[in-house]
Design a protein around this ligand. Structure first.
Ligand SMILES: *Cc1c(COP(=O)(O)O)cnc(C)c1O
Length: 246
C-alpha cells in the first residue's frame, strides 16, 4: 500500500513541476555530458526513472515532460500505479528481487524485467507472459562482488542462463544488469561496471544479440556511462532522497 509521505504541490501537474522537473533536466544533462566526455552519443543511453516510493502524481509530472521509462522494485506498490497511469503508454521495468509467486503479475503488467538470475524464474515468466503482449524484455542480473544476501547470477552461470532465456518463446533476452556495492571512487566504480561490460562482450562473441547494459545509479552514473551503460537507473537524483521503507 502507498502510505508514503505527502509531497508538496511541486508535482501538481502542468505547468512546471518545479524542482522535480529541474532535477529531471539536470539528470539528463549529467548523462549527456558523461556521454560526450567518453565520445558516446547521449542518445545511446536511456534514462530509467526509478519511482519506488513515489506517488502517481510525480510520475505523471515526469511523463508530461517526456519521461517514458519507469522502474519499480515492489510489486504491490507498483500495480496500482501502473493501473492509474495506464492511459499514458508508459514503459514499466521491474527491477526488484523477484519471487516465484510474484512472476505472473510481473509478466502481465511490466514490459521489462532487469533482475532475472535463475532459470526457474525465467521459465515462469515465459509461461505466464500473456499471448496478446509482446515478448517480455529481459536483463540477466549478475553478481559482481560477493555480498551475502544479494541477488544476481554468478558470472560462471551466465552462459547457461543466457541460453535458457534465449530459448524461451515469450521472453526476449536484451542484456545484463548489475547493482554493484557502493564505492566512492570513480575508478573503483568503473572497474566493477567494466566487468559487466566484459561479460556482455563474451556473450555477444558467443552469438547472443544483446543491446542493453543496465547499470549506473544516482551516485555512479558517470562511471557506468564510461564503461558502456545503455540504460541508467536513477531514483534519488530525480526524486530527491527517499524516506526509509516502513
Ligand atoms: C533504488 C534503485 C535504483 C535507484 O537508486 P538511486 O541511487 O536512488 O538512483 C536503481 N536500481 C535499483 C535496482 C534500485 O533498487
Amino acid at each position: 500500500m502507498l502510505t508514503g509521505p505527502h509531497f508538496p504541490a511541486e508535482s501538481a501537474g502542468a505547468p512546471g513541476g518545479g524542482d522535480l522537473i529541474d532535477r529531471l533536466n539536470e539528470t539528463r544533462a549529467r548523462i549527456a555530458s558523461a556521454a560526450t566526455r567518453c565520445g558516446r552519443s547521449p542518445q545511446s543511453i536511456g534514462l530509467l526513472a526509478v519511482s519506488k516510493s513515489q506517488p502517481v502524481e510525480r510520475i505523471r509530472s515526469l511523463a508530461e515532460h517526456g519521461q517514458r521509462d519507469f522502474g519499480e522494485n515492489y510489486l504491490q506498490e507498483a500495480l496500482p500505479k501502473i493501473d492509474a497511469l495506464r492511459g499514458l503508454g508508459l514503459c514499466w521495468h521491474f527491477i526488484g528481487r523477484l519471487q516465484a509467486n510474484k512472476t505472473r503479475a510481473v509478466a502481465e503488467n511490466f514490459q521489462w524485467v532487469h533482475t532475472v538470475d535463475r532459470e526457474r524464474i525465467a521459465i515462469r515468466l515465459s509461461e505466464q507472459r500473456p499471448h496478446y503482449a509482446a515478448p517480455l524484455n529481459i536483463c540477466l542480473q549478475v553478481r559482481l562482488a560477493d555480498e551475502p544476501g544479494k541477488g544476481g547470477a554468478a558470472p560462471e552461470q551466465l552462459l547457461e542462463l543466457a541460453s535458457t532465456v534465449s530459448a524461451l518463446p515469450r521472453l526476449k533476452l536484451r542484456g545484463l544488469m548489475c547493482i554493484p556495492p557502493a564505492r566512492d571512487d570513480f575508478e573503483e566504480q568503473y572497474a566493477l561496471f567494466a566487468q559487466l561490460a566484459e561479460r556482455q562482450r563474451e556473450l555477444t562473441a558467443r552469438g547472443f544479440a544483446l543491446d542493453v547494459l543496465s547499470m549506473g545509479m544516482s551516485p555512479d552514473l558517470e562511471a557506468a556511462v564510461a564503461a558502456g551503460a545503455t540504460m541508467v537507473r536513477i531514483g534519488t537524483a530525480i526524486f530527491g532522497k527517499r524516506k526509509a521503507k516502513a
